[in-house]
Every structure is written in structure tokens, then in C-alpha cells.
Write a protein that binds this ligand. Structure first.
Ligand SMILES: Nc1ncnc2c1ncn2[C@@H]1O[C@H](COP(=O)(O)OP(=O)(O)O)[C@@H](O)[C@H]1O
Ligand SMILES: [Mg+2]
Length: 250
């Protein structure tokens, strides 16, 4: 399989129960350009990640991975294409009945391509990368919030993806936890991974991304750099950067 040079959404709409969650959304993620999609809670950020992965089917519009349209295909047809992408879900989504090591190696064990010894080596390496190798034999319930996030990142890294999606990776963490996760994301980028994050946290976004997309009530209102965003005259963007009493978001 040739490497995926981009992941794209074309005129994507997503409606559920008569409610528009996403309207006419155009978006692309090129290799090497780290992006963040910003928006308040409920603006449709997680939905975008699910649509990009094919976990949800759009009402209209198309999703492309490596220039191949995956929209409307059965999952088995784009499983191979999707292997270039890993996602770190908001809650970490670790399996509670498995140890940390089993969680991280899960996908590799399922694939059945590598030997147990090789998988164990990868698991230890990825846990080392995120700095929680001591948690190998613990269960998720025994971990702090920050450790869970790191284990979830290690699990995403196990299959060596080109693209890593992060859903609110720092939400709920203390300042040290936020710093550590941002640092980890920067190290991944330095290793050549391309990241896409969705978050409402500006500090995390600006620390880890080159370009920003701002989503408001199902619509993309802004796309550009941090400097362009800070200079934007769009009222909703200004409000998001510096909320006031007269909030546009209520
Ligand atoms: N399965 C669903 N059924 C109905 N509404 C949904 C469903 N999933 C998401 N929504 C609604 O879609 C909107 C966007 O959700 P989401 O993508 O999770 O937003 P965000 O991640 O930005 O907080 C929210 O208003 C949410 O209530
Ligand atoms: Mg969300």
C-alpha cells in the first residue's frame, strides 16, 4: 500500500434525527501539516473524526483516504486504507478487563501477523515512549487520568500509523498532565507523524498545531494559522478566543 498523502472530506453533511450536525464541510489533512479543529462542546468535533474514519456514514458528501473514496464502501473494503490512521478517543477507551500491556498490543494480536515476542517488544517500546513502562501489568482502573491518556496514545502508536487523531487529549488533566501530553504530541510530530486534534482547549491546540479550523453550530467559520486566527474579525472566532459576558455561544 502506498502511503496516504492526504485524508479529505468533500462537502460533507451529517444530519441525525432531522438535526444538522455538520453542514457542507470541506477539510483536508496533508501529511506533515498538523491541524486542530476547534469548537465549543457539541459543535460536531467528535462527529468529524468518526466520519473521517468511516465509523459514521455522511448524509451527503465524501471522505477520501489516500485519494480513494471510502464513502458507501463496506468496512472490509477500506480496513487496509484505514490502517494508516490511529485514533486516541477522548476517554481513552481502554479495555478494563485487560492489562495495560494487553491493551497496547491488542490490535497487533488481532492482526496475527507478528510473533508474541515481537508484539511484546513493541508494547514495551511504545509504553517507554509515552513514559509509563512501569504500568505494563496494571489494569486501567489502577491508573491516573494522565496515565490512561498516555496508555491510550501508546496503543494508538502500536501499529505505527502515519496519522494520529486525538479527541480532546488534554481535557480533564492538571497543568503538568497537559504539558506532558503536548510534549508527547510534539515528539510524535518530530518523528514524522501527522496529527489531527479536535479540542476546545486553545493552549493545547496552539502548542501542537500549524493550522486551525473553527467550527460553530455545524459550520466551518475559519481556517488558518494561529496568527490569522488571532487577527480574525469573525465575531464567533473572537468570542471563542476571548469570551465576554455577551456570549454568542448561548
Ligand atoms: N448519536 C447521536 N444522536 C443524536 N445526536 C447526536 C449523536 N451524536 C452526536 N450528537 C449531537 O451532535 C452534536 C455534535 O456532537 P459531537 O460531535 O460529539 O460534538 P463535540 O465533539 O464537538 O462536543 C451534539 O449536539 C450532539 O448532541
Ligand atoms: Mg467530542
Amino acid at each position: 500500500m502506498s502511503p496516504a498523502n492526504s485524508i479529505r472530506m468533500e462537502k460533507l453533511c451529517y444530519t441525525i434525527g432531522g438535526r444538522k450536525i455538520l453542514g457542507n464541510f470541506d477539510f483536508s489533512l496533508e501529511r506533515g501539516v498538523n491541524r486542530t479543529i476547534l469548537g465549543v462542546s457539541g459543535s460536531g468535533k467528535t462527529t468529524i473524526l468518526k466520519l473521517l474514519l468511516g465509523l459514521l456514514q455522511p448524509t451527503s458528501g465524501k471522505v477520501f483516504i489516500a485519494d480513494q473514496c471510502i464513502t458507501g464502501l463496506p468496512e472490509s473494503a477500506y480496513m487496509e486504507l484505514r490502517k494508516c490512521i490511529a485514533i486516541v478517543f477522548q476517554g481513552g477507551a481502554l479495555f478494563d478487563s485487560m492489562t495495560v500491556g494487553e491493551n497496547v498490543g491488542y490490535r497487533l494480536f488481532e492482526e496475527g501477523r507478528l510473533s508474541t515476542a515481537e508484539i511484546e517488544r513493541i508494547v514495551v517500546e511504545k509504553l517507554g515512549f509515552v513514559g509509563v513502562e512501569q504500568a505494563l501489568n496494571l489494569y486501567p482502573a489502577e491508573l491516573s487520568g494522565g496515565m490512561k491518556k498516555r496508555v491510550a496514545i501508546a496503543r494508538a502508536l502500536a501499529a505505527d500509523p502515519e496519522y494520529i487523531f486525538f479527541d480532546e487529549p488534554t481535557t480533564g488533566l492538571d497543568p503538568i498532565g497537559v504539558y506532558n501530553i503536548c510534549n508527547l504530541i510534539q515528539r510524535l510530530q518530530a518523528e514524522g507523524k501527522t496529527t489531527l486534534m479536535v479540542t476546545h482547549d486553545l493552549e493545547t491546540a496552539f502548542a501542537t498545531s500549524d493550522r486551525f479550523t473553527f467550527l460553530h453550530q455545524a459550520n466551518m467559520l475559519f481556517e488558518g494559522t494561529e496568527a490569522e486566527m488571532r487577527a480574525s474579525a469573525i465575531p464567533e472566532v473572537r468570542e471563542f478566543l476571548a469570551p465576554t459576558d455577551q456570549s454568542l455561544f448561548v
